[in-house]
Design a binder for this molecule. Structure first.
Ligand code: HAM
Length: 438
């Protein structure tokens, strides 16, 4: 049997109610904060990611799904959205219409990582990019947006780690300080970090290998190396978070470097409990040079992306949720008393009329007993069951049973489509708990 490729997964009907709730929370939130949706292609020219994410990052070095597209340049399935959103912003001259644009997206991203809990090769991100401003209050707004998203999904216990990575003016100073602090222990670093020493020394700071972690403890915090502008930016972000109700929710983390070359100044990450080692549910930061690096004007930008799978895993752990039943909810279930083509044709025709009248309707196609059809009607949360037995068929009526009220009435077949919508509404009113199952 052919199975889905390693690191990918199907989202089955029973899980989709949760997905839709999380997606709806994202769309609602975006309307409240004034962000507009953008959809970009799933693959881009490889050079876009090499130039933006950075050629010495883990993503570009080993995690991209890159393929030869024949006559054109090589292309890559997007490992993230930020680069694509900036490309689209410039390609369509959005910056000329209005330099400051607040955009958001939802969709799959692809990274060839070793799969484990919370880490897959195709995963979904919800993210925002506020393009065209260097104002630190926009950093604060994006953090508030991410926080409101988790609250809107009902996820509690997230925490926020915050750092500043400086700018091209002050970062080289810090890079030298990090190298100088690590130099004596260079030989004791893990193999990956020995390579990183020359190519991408900051990544050593967030290496999970215990030996590297201990060595990285000796590295001075970046705060001392920041230039005045970056320091004042950082101060405003910290004070802004406190003034916006996040006091005590965020903490400074000088080890937070994140895996993208485009970041400048603010970087942050949201973590959630119950996720094991892959506990980052979202992350982002400022990237003041990327718009210019991709051929646009010198405009600042900031954004984040949240992993939807990780959000759902954290929510499920929080709710200690059992199995979600893989059942639809219908207004009416049509039950036949006797098997066979006559009953089936009558049931099918009634279901068709009721569906045309705007009701959600289902019926049996397996010639099951009346008892098991009634059980299905219950599982599907039907408000009304329409029973068609030999007597009803002979008399041209439908026996309509309200599942909540326990009452039955005989309705002429010709009036069923006109009368049942009201009967369904009355039955739903009698059991609000059933009506709000989804
Ligand atoms: P990122 O930290 O690489 O940032 O990804 C954001 C989130 O996507 C992570 O916190 C995590 O929840 C989820 N994620 C990442 N990789 C995987 C994976 N292999 N499996 C499951 N979930 C994953 C970015 O992508 C940046 N573009 C964020 C950003 C936007 N920075 C500025 N603007």
């Amino acid at each position: 049997m052919i199975q889905a490729p390693l690191g990918t997964s199907d989202i089955l009907p029973g899980e989709l109610a949760r997905w839709r709730r999380v997606e709806a929370a994202a769309h609602d939130l975006m309307a409240r904060f004034g962000y507009q949706e953008i959809r970009t292609p799933m693959f881009e020219f490889t050079s876009l990611f090499v130039r933006s994410v950075g050629d010495t990052t883990d993503i570009v070095e080993k995690e991209m799904y890159t393929f030869d597209a024949g006559s054109t340049e090589s292309v890559t399935f997007r490992p993230e959205f930020t680069a694509s959103v900036v490309r689209a912003y410039l390609e369509h001259n959005l910056h000329k219409q209005r330099p400051f644009q607040k955009l958001y997206y939802l969709g799959p991203s692809f990274r060839r990582e070793r799969p484990q809990k919370g880490r897959s090769r195709q995963f979904h991100q919800f993210g925002v990019e506020a393009l065209g401003s260097g104002d630190p209050w926009v950093d604060v707004e994006t953090i508030l947006v991410a926080d409101a998203f988790f609250a809107g999904c009902g996820l509690s216990g997230t925490s926020i780690r915050l750092n500043s990575l400086g700018c091209p003016e002050c970062r080289p100073r810090y890079r030298d300080a990090v190298r100088a602090a690590l130099e004596p222990d260079r030989g004791r670093l893990c193999e990956n970090c020995r390579r990183r020493f020359d190519r991408n020394v900051f990544r050593i700071l967030d290496c999970k290998a215990p030996a590297c972690h201990a060595i990285a403890e000796k590295v001075p915090a970046i705060g001392d190396s920041l230039c005045d502008r970056c320091r004042s930016h950082d101060r405003t972000v910290r004070d802004g978070l406190d003034a916006s109700g996040l006091k005590g929710r965020w903490s400074p983390d000088t080890r937070l470097v994140r895996g993208f070359d485009y970041y400048t100044k603010t970087v942050y990450e949201f973590t959630a409990p119950n996720l094991g080692s892959q506990n980052a549910v979202g992350g982002g930061g400022r990237y003041d040079n990327l718009i210019a690096e991709l051929g646009g004007p010198a405009l600042g930008a900031v954004g984040f992306a949240i992993g939807l799978e990780r959000t759902l895993i954290a929510l499920a752990a929080q709710e200690k949720a059992g199995e979600t039943p893989n059942d639809p909810t219908v207004d009416v279930y049509v039950v036949t008393v006797e098997p066979g083509p006559v009953s089936r044709a009558a049931a099918f025709s009634l279901a068709t009329d009721l569906r045309r009248a705007g009701l959600s309707v289902d019926l049996d196609f397996e010639d099951r007993s009346m008892k098991s059809q009634m059980r299905t009607a219950n599982r599907f949360n039907a408000a009304i069951v329409c029973i068609l037995g030999p007597d009803e068929l002979a008399r041209g009526v439908v026996n309509c049973k309200s599942m909540s009220e326990g009452t039955s009435e005989s309705i002429p077949r010709g009036e069923a489509a006109a009368r049942l919508p009201d009967r369904v509404a009355a039955a739903r009113r009698a059991t609000p708990a059933v009506a709000s199952k989804e």
